[in-house]
Ligand binder design. Structure first.
Ligand SMILES: [Zn+2]
Length: 152
């Protein structure tokens, strides 16, 4: 994972490039053509290194933005799920858990809302599609919403 060390490496590559340019300027064109070519090759190499290192930094920043967005999303949803037995549920307007079960492990560990599905081999078992954790079906089943009151 690129991090602050990568930024340090990029700065170091840019310093090398700057030093080469300074050297060329101060050498007052008295360099041999071969030496000049060598210095220019070093310069290009340092700039290419800096570019690669900055791309890594850019990727890291993009990953961090994504992670921040996920955490913000989880933060906004943190009160939206409630636990009942071994699963989490969204609530109806009265705060009563309802609907499909969500994985307790994923929600509590990673703040991710992952639905539980029926295990393909064992119908009484509910399984998380994300982490694979298994739950006893009767402790993590669907909750039917209460029938809507008919208007009188
Ligand atoms: Zn899970």
């Amino acid at each position: 994972m690129p991090d602050l060390a990568t930024i340090g490496a990029a700065l170091s590559s840019l310093k090398t490039a700057t030093d080469i340019v300074k050297f060329l300027r101060e050498s007052d064109l008295s360099l041999e053509r071969a030496e000049l070519k060598l210095k220019l090759a070093d310069l290009l190499s340092s700039l290419a290194d800096a570019k690669i290192e900055l791309i890594e930094v850019q990727d890291t920043l993009a990953e961090k933005d994504k992670k921040i967005a996920e955490l913000e999303d989880a933060f906004h949803k943190k009160d939206s799920l409630v636990r009942q037995y071994d699963a989490y549920y969204t609530t109806d307007e009265n705060g009563v858990p309802t609907g499909v079960p969500y994985c307790l492990r994923c929600w509590e560990n990673d703040h991710k809302q992952k639905q539980l599905v029926h295990d393909s081999k064992e119908f009484r078992i509910r399984v998380c599609t994300s982490c694979g954790h298994k739950y006893e079906g009767r402790l993590a089943g669907n909750i039917q919403p209460p029938k809507a009151e008919q208007p009188a």
